[in-house]
Write a protein that binds this ligand. Structure first.
Ligand SMILES: Nc1ncnc2c1ncn2[C@@H]1O[C@H](COP(=O)(O)OP(=O)(O)OP(=O)(O)O)[C@@H](O)[C@H]1O
Ligand SMILES: [Mg+2]
Length: 268
């Protein structure tokens, strides 16, 4: 279980640009739970992911994972059990390396006895080809091609595979379909749900698409001004609809966000 306890973060304190990005945020997520996160631009959603990943020190609060306090654990150590995807398909893979090299790097990093001279085995290569085939994008036939040649959707699918090759305990998806064309976005969403289910990871997904937020996973958090202003699940979530959720946001966040891009995305 992920347990976030009263975490706060102010960027650039004491300057004219001081910004309280997280303001005493608390919530828990069960194992395998899939939570979608929505909120206006600058609400603190990505900062919440940064806090969970250990990208910066917190000002206050605690983060526990399965009872272990990870608040001060360095980012590189958390990356062993936290998979993270970003909006930019270019950020999750190394473009100059081939598909096989990208996968091998991640695979070897997880092997205890690996050295810089280690190579993947034939068995590993078969396993990787099988996993690539499951993505349904024909990447298994392109193992020797540089990742830079792939489309955004293909790269994002590969990033998803890299992030879950060793099943993570947490999967953080920060608008990971937002930069893709609608068809690729749908495909990546299908893959995301499948991979999240199979890996058993707790999954948090930021989206600006309210329909997607309601259709995906088990629960939705709304963030505004560094706080969680609504946490909906169960029957409420099933019946609320896009207009109901929009209304809830308006009421709880105390802002009219009709002009925000959160409302502009019917497509995924
Ligand atoms: N490293 C940083 N230094 C200074 N300010 C920051 C930093 N990171 C985020 N902020 C500020 O903190 C606030 C929250 O930013 P954050 O990126 O978490 O928003 P968000 O909810 O992800 O928005 P968006 O939907 O636009 O991605 C913003 O005002 C942002 O400018
Ligand atoms: Mg963001």
């Amino acid at each position: 279980m992920l347990d976030i306890q009263r975490i706060s973060k102010t960027f650039l304190p004491g300057t004219i640009n001081e910004k309280k990005a997280l303001d005493c945020v608390s919530f828990s997520a069960q194992d395998s739970e899939f939570i979608t996160v929505i909120g206006s631009n600058g609400a603190g959603k990505s900062t919440l992911f940064g806090a969970i990943s250990g990208s910066f020190p917190l000002d206050a609060g605690k983060i526990l994972l399965d009872g272990e306090d990870i608040t001060r654990l360095p980012e590189y150590r958390r990356s062993r059990f936290i998979g993270r995807l970003f909006q930019d398909p270019m950020s999750g893979t190394a473009p100059g390396l081939t598909i096989e090299e990208n996968l091998s790097l991640v695979l070897l990093q997880g092997k205890k006895d690996a050295t810089v001279f280690s190579r993947i085995t034939v068995k590993d290569r078969d396993m990787l080809a099988e996993k690539l085939a499951e993505l349904g994008m024909g990447l298994e036939d392109r193992l020797k091609q540089p990742v830079g040649l792939l489309s955004g959707g293909q790269r994002q699918a590969l990033s998803l595979l890299l992030a879950t090759l060793y099943p993570p305990r947490l999967l953080l998806l920060d608008e990971h379909t937002a930069a893709l064309d609608p068809e690729s976005a749908l495909r990546i969403m299908d893959l995301t749900e499948k991979i999240a289910r199979n890996s058993g990871a707790t999954c948090l997904m930021i989206t600006h698409n309210i329909q997607q937020a309601l259709d995906t996973g088990d629960r939705t958090l709304i963030m505004s001004k560094g706080r969680i202003v609504a946490d909906i699940s169960g029957e409420t979530r099933r019946s609320i609809g896009v207009s109901g959720l929009t209304e809830l946001f308006r009421k709880n966040a105390g802002t009219d966000y009709a002009s925000d891009r959160i409302l502009l995305t019917d497509d995924i």
